[in-house]
Design a protein around this ligand. Structure first.
Ligand SMILES: [Zn+2]
Ligand SMILES: [Zn+2]
Length: 897
């Protein structure tokens, strides 16, 4: 649907869509802008143009229209007290990591807090009506504007004023009345200064008219009256109309302070401190005209560098002033803004990484570091975090709890970036032309090279304005869920016995059967879901292969014949399997909370898998786990088991559960139903979970972590076993180590024995040699060594095939014999492990005729191996031990012909 068309239609009937009581009561006039024709409402009879085109646009910079001065903290206090005074409930902000929506990584508007997706429909769930919330919102589309424009932030506080028109809540008239009074009474803005501009809002299949309110060209808020659903040509009024007024708290502060930029009054004392540290002369006579120009030009040009150039030209700032004042200030604003966003995101459990929403956080931190590098600013990030949290906790006291965690994550991530710089330098040095936007995206996506780094390295002079939005689009697309269509039309919901008395045997009626599938009226078989594997068992004697849930209908897939529709069948659940899976499921919760307490608040369940005899939990964590981490987590888990804590299961209305327990309950992801099942282990772990659980942690008996692995950037997998499987694992490990020990001992003994034998044999060499040399004719054998004196008198042959001797012995004896008898050939064969080795020595005289090398070659061949050496000494061998005698016979025939 075309927004312009809707606006035309609504503006054609202002009485119906825009004229509220306030306008009547106060005498507002409706006018059409003489530049752009848009309709607006004003009390100023002189005003002829809409806020975008008025002369007073941004004239509050240096000259605020109020006598009161409120910074960021005070502005919220004013807003809150005003709405509370007017019967609103003030509720705490929701996390910036949007755990309750699987189509969003981050909370982008206050209304998102109350939207829950059910199927394809968005429903609203308000914890109070009417209400007001200081919702921190993260938006990454305009990153290149941050620090430069004076009013763009990567995160900002949206004042959310929300109401459902009923006995408690209100509709348009009251909404606009309240907003007008907030500005005039609480903030002291003159009535004439306020302009309401007619607009429309559409999204998610619904739409409505809206009134944007401006003061001196600055849009402070937008009151949206969501009331229709469908298309312009065919729409109906929503059952539940919604007031969705969102206003920028930073702008409320800015309009009262009139500082050159919104950054100057919204970050607390840190801005001033960094400006001082950097030694910048922030002269307001330079800054006020410059940033006023920037603000005005922003509406006129799409390209930010053009806006900047124009502002410089109009204000006549010198290059020197730009380099000395403006550029470093922009850097400081960027750094503070980005750190503030990181504080919120990390506190709420997001980690910088290269996947999902984490990439935004990583790129922001890299922008911070590159900016400091480029401008040669040396700031202490820990100090910035401390001062910011000290300031922010006035509004958001919960940030105190994660102060150290934020510092830890930022320091780890900074270290990683520093260590990747060398690699980036190499990549950059190979670039031979100025990269285009597409190249920049590839450089970042595949090599982690940020455009800020390229700017720092002077490869590019400006970051193309489309870079961040293109990158953001790339990461925004989410995969579609696969839909299986089964013929389940008209089939009644299955009664889930596993949520009741959970019998192991039960009877049920077959409501539907087709192919291999059976639907029963009631079932105790747990269907695959939430990472828990399905039960096994039998339906009418037939084995179950798989069980899945489709809406509220459980579908059993079985092997063999399916029973007939209308039959009553007897069912048996595989109790042992269920028992194992159940223990593993409760263990998953135990390990999750243990990991969080050991590692840090950033640990969330990423995904989980529970089978009968093993399970795994993937958690969000910045690094691979050390052995020490693993031991600590395992110990913490087992101490939870030892404490015998009851595992409680209760059902709550979703909104109640969120308010009571917070968003930590969404460890397993979004819960698409109104009633949530809360599984709590004391107050240690409270999760929304549909799985089966033991009654008491002691039932798990034992948890053993079997393996951990970093499976992707920012995600670590913990594999574990529990109950009997854990006991078996421990037993087996113990057995293994005992066996190893035994084996080790035996080896040690053998080694010692061998050494002893060697020593003895070595000592025996001179004695044996002497005895052998005494033999002058025929054959003699001494200590398993045989000597044969050839009848020719030309050669003496000595050999041994005994395994009682090793290489050291043969070398020693052979050498000794041949030294004393130049006609001697010595041949030693011995087994060593899987091999049989041969060592041959030949005396000086005989070696000229009978080469040791030739003999070894021949013997080795017979043994199925190879060998060689010099005429006097050679060695070799083979593997065929059965040929030992053949080998020695062959040697003999070669030596004594
Ligand atoms: Zn206009
Ligand atoms: Zn669970």
């Amino acid at each position: 649907m075309n927004k312009k068309e809707i606006l035309e239609k609504f503006s054609a009937d202002p009485q119906r869509y825009y004229n509220v009581n306030l306008f009547e009561d106060q005498g507002f006039e409706r006018k059409s802008c003489t530049t752009c024709n848009r309709f607006f409402w004003t009390l100023d009879s002189e005003r002829v143009k809409c806020p975008d085109h008025s002369d007073d646009t941004y004239s509050f910079i240096g000259d605020p229209p109020t006598s009161k001065r409120f910074d960021y903290t005070q502005s919220w206090k004013e807003v809150e007290s005003f709405f509370v005074k007017n019967n609103h409930t003030s509720i705490n902000r929701y996390p910036v990591v949007c755990r309750w929506r699987d189509d969003l990584y981050f909370t982008i508007a206050s209304i998102v807090d109350f939207q829950r997706v059910m199927g394809s429909k968005v429903v609203f769930e308000f914890p109070a009506n009417p209400l007001v919330v200081p919702q921190t919102c993260l938006r990454f589309k305009d990153l290149e504007n941050v620090g430069v424009t004076g009013r763009h932030f990567s995160s900002f506080c949206m004042i959310g004023q929300h109401s459902i028109p009923n006995d408690n809540g209100y509709w348009k008239d009251e909404c606009v009345n309240l907003d007008f009074n907030l500005l005039t009474q609480q903030f002291g803005i003159a009535k004439k200064e306020i302009t309401f501009v007619e607009d429309v809002w559409e999204g998610g299949g619904s739409f409505g008219s809206s009134l944007e309110y401006f003061v001196r060209g600055l849009e402070l808020g937008n009151a949206v009256f969501t009331e229709f659903q469908g298309d312009l040509s065919d729409y109906k009024t929503l059952d539940q109309r919604i007031i969705d007024m969102g206003a920028g708290l930073e702008r409320f502060a800015w309009i009262t302070m009139g500082t050159p930029t919104a950054y100057d009054c919204c970050f607390g004392p840190i801005t001033e401190k960094l400006i001082q540290q950097a030694g910048i002369d922030a002269d307001s006579s330079v800054l006020v005209p410059y940033f006023t120009e920037i603000a005005k030009n922003l509406e006129l040009y799409d390209d930010l560098s053009q806006v900047r150039k124009n502002a410089i030209k109009t204000t006549g700032l010198s290059d020197e002033q730009i380099n000395r004042i403006i550029t470093p200030l922009e850097g400081i604003y960027l750094i503070i803004d980005h750190i503030r966003t990181l504080i919120f995101a990390i506190s709420d459990g997001a980690l910088p990484s290269n996947v999902g929403g984490g990439y935004n956080l990583r790129i922001m931190l890299r922008r911070i570091i590159s900016t400091m590098g480029r401008l040669k600013l040396k700031f202490d990030l820990d100090e910035i975090i401390d001062i910011q949290i000290d300031y922010l906790k006035n509004t958001y006291p919960e940030l105190e709890k994660t102060r150290e965690d934020v510092k830890e994550i930022i320091s780890i991530e900074t270290g990683r970036y520093d260590s990747s710089k060398q690699r980036m330098q190499k990549i950059v040095s190979k670039l031979n032309k100025e990269p285009k936007v597409e190249d920049l995206i590839t450089l970042y996506e595949s090599d982690g090279v940020t455009p800020e780094y390229l700017k720092e390295m002077k490869v590019i002079s400006e970051i193309p304005s489309s870079f961040y939005s293109k990158l953001s689009d790339l990461h925004q697309s989410k995969k579609q869920k696969e839909q299986v269509n089964l013929p389940l039309e008209g089939v009644a919901d299955t009664e889930l016995l596993f949520y009741e008395d959970d019998p192991r045997e039960f009877d049920a009626k077959v409501l539907k059967s087709f192919e291999n599938f059976v639907v029963l009226d009631r079932t105790a078989f747990y269907a695959r879901g939430g990472g828990q594997e399905p039960d096994h068992g039998k339906i009418a004697g037939q084995e179950i292969v798989d069980i899945t849930k489709h809406g509220n209908i459980v579908v059993h897939e079985i092997k063999g014949n399916v029973p007939k529709e209308g039959d009553t069948v007897s069912c048996v659940v595989d109790a042992k399997r269920r028992d194992g899976i159940t223990k593993n499921h409760t263990s998953t919760h135990i390990i999750n909370t243990s990991a969080r307490s050991v590692l840090g608040s950033w640990v969330w369940q990423h995904s989980a898998f529970k089978e009968e005899d093993h399970a795994r939990l993937d958690i969000t964590h910045h690094s691979a786990l050390t052995d020490e981490d693993v031991k600590k987590i395992e110990d913490a888990a087992n101490s939870i088991i030892e404490k015998s804590i009851p595992v409680k299961i209760e059902n709550f209305d979703r909104g109640t559960a969120e308010q009571k327990y917070g968003f930590r309950i969404y460890q397993g992801g979004v819960v698409p139903v109104k009633s949530v099942r809360i599984v709590s282990i004391g107050d240690l772990d409270i999760e929304a979970c549909g799985g089966t659980h033991v009654a008491n942690t002691s039932d798990v008996e034992q948890i053993k972590i079997t393996r951990t692995k970093r499976i992707q950037d920012g995600v670590v997998r913990i594999e574990f076993v529990s109950g009997d499987s854990a006991k078996e694992f421990v037993k087996k490990k113990q057995q293994d180590s005992e066996d190893k020990e035994k084996e080790g001992k035996l080896k040690e003994q053998e080694k010692e024995k061998r050494l002893e034998q060697r020593q003895i044999a070595k000592e025996k060499i001179p004695i044996i040699a002497k005895s052998l040399l005494e033999c002058k004719q025929g054959t003699a054998t001494i200590d398993e060594i045989t000597i044969e004196i050839a009848e020719s008198g030309k050669v003496n042959f000595c050999y041994s095939t005994s395994d009682n001797y090793d290489d050291v012995f043969h070398i020693g004896l052979g050498e000794s014999l041949c030294k004393n008898d130049p006609k001697m050939v010595y041949c030693g064969l011995f087994e060593q492990g899987e091999k049989i080795r041969v060592i041959v020595y030949a005396g000086d005289d005989i070696s000229k005729e009978k080469s040791a090398g030739d003999i070894v070659k021949s013997i080795s061949q017979i043994l199925g191996g190879a060998g060689g050496g010099s005429p006097k000494f050679a060695q070799g061998g083979g593997t065929d031990k059965s040929k030992k005698e053949d080998a020695i016979k062959n040697a003999k025939s070669m030596i004594i012909e």
